[in-house]
Design a protein around this ligand. Structure first.
Ligand code: G3I
Length: 375
């Protein structure tokens, strides 16, 4: 969540709550121009298309913003913890766990018939300070670090055994050129940390589907090819790597990635599931109708690639409203990256997703009829 929004949230929540009482916000302004009434939701169309449509969830917004909370339950049948399942959040002090927010999300999902994507077990970012400091000062050596990693994965995956459909086991492990990212994990443990992580996660929850996950891997390029070669090798060695997640953080000023269908197809040929796990399409502000139309086309093209791949089990947006998007806080002067505006008005991107889901899969696979990848 961006910090300018954090200050706005309490006020907006009050305003939103008041408007909801009058029914005015029932159809946010920019949605009132939408054709027809609310009609079927994204999740209703997705269900017919044998696809999970998901969103990353900001737990503070879920707790404090009623419109946000209602939209999550109405529009999506898969949720991903935007931050609260990350290591810095669940184990802020060594051996001292804080599961409350993660438990809240899993409980909310269960109450709303949603599956949960676990995000993320091993990453170079958002690690707890005690871990990074211990490695930096040498007080945690490689052998101890490997034990700490195994314990972290085992503890978190076991806690949610049977309640997490897919885990992003390792996140962002390659550089753009296809070389392994020079992370704390690679430096201290060597490349075997990746297969260790998958084996430990599988031992902790044999039913969870275990994913590789990264950005800038939507099309065919050196980075996604590195993932393809890694997955091919690990699966040949019997390592339980089940899925490949392309995050889908796009920007209209950089164009749309090439060969997306071909990329998904090669992972599918390995017998893997695929997914778009963090889709948003940012732009240089201010918005205008042309930029919003281009954004809508990018969302739709990624969704069509997913619907066209039997292996593509889920399509998750990294937040559904610009009100809580991470983008403005990271990319100065950019934003408007999600399918709804800051007042929950449905942008052209929302309509593009809805139309794509309504059209369904080109092979006509329906829920419960196809390979049942939605489970
Ligand atoms: O929790 C602290 C809070 O205590 C503190 O007061 C506040 C101000 O310093 O920071 C809060 O932590 C923030 C955290 O989000 C939780 O809100 C961090 O500063 C902030 O950097 C962090 O940003 C997250 C970012 O990952 C970190 O790299 C974004 O919300 C999140 O959307 C983003 O998500 C990642 C995926 O996990 C992996 N793929 C890329 C994607 C975008 O970067």
């Amino acid at each position: 969540m961006t910090y300018m929004n954090r200050f706005r949230r309490p006020v907006l929540a009050l305003v939103a709550g008041a408007l909801l009482c009058t029914g005015v916000a029932a159809q946010p302004a920019s949605a009132q121009g939408q054709s027809g009434s609310s009609g079927p939701t994204l999740r209703q169309f997705a269900d017919r298309a044998d696809l999970r449509i998901g969103t990353a969830v900001d737990m503070a917004a879920l707790a404090e913003d009623r419109t946000y909370r209602r939209t999550v339950g109405r529009e999506f049948d898969s949720v991903t913890a935007e931050n609260v399942m990350k290591w810095e959040s669940v184990e802020p002090r060594r051996g001292v766990h804080d599961w409350k927010a993660a438990d809240d999300l899993v409980r909310h999902a269960r109450a709303h018939g949603q599956v949960v994507r676990g995000h993320t077990l091993v990453w170079h970012s958002q690690l707890p300070g005690w871990l990074t400091a211990g490695v930096a000062d040498g007080s945690i050596g490689p052998a101890e670090l490997r034990g700490i990693l195994r314990k972290h994965i085992t503890t978190e995956v076991k806690r949610y055994k049977g309640r997490i459909q897919q885990w992003d086991v390792v996140n962002e492990v390659f550089e753009e050129d296809g070389s392994l990212r020079n992370s704390l994990w690679l430096r201290e443990l060597g490349p075997s940390y990746i297969e260790d992580a998958f084996r430990w996660a599988h031992a902790a929850d044999p039913k969870a589907k275990l994913f590789l996950n990264d950005y800038n891997v939507e099309g065919v390029n050196p980075k996604s090819t590195a993932y393809y070669e890694l997955a091919k090798r690990l699966r040949a060695e019997g390592v339980p790597v089940h899925g490949f997640g392309a995050q889908g953080h796009l920007a209209i000023q950089y164009g749309f990635p090439g060969q997306v269908a071909e990329n998904l197809a090669r992972f599918e040929a390995l017998g893997m599931r695929t997914a778009f796990t963090e889709v948003d399409v940012r732009m240089i502000l201010p918005t205008d109708s042309d930029k919003l139309a281009t954004q809508a086309s990018y969302f739709r093209r990624l969704l069509d690639a997913c619907l066209g791949a039997r292996s593509c089990t889920s399509f998750t947006v990294w937040g559904f409203t610009d009100r809580y998007s991470w983008v403005p806080g990271v990319f100065a002067g950019q934003g408007a990256a999600t399918p709804m505006d800051e007042e929950y008005g449905r942008k052209a991107a929302y309509g593009a997703l809805r139309e794509g889901l309504a059209e369904g899969r080109p092979d006509g696979r329906q829920s419960g009829v196809g390979s049942g990848v939605r489970q």
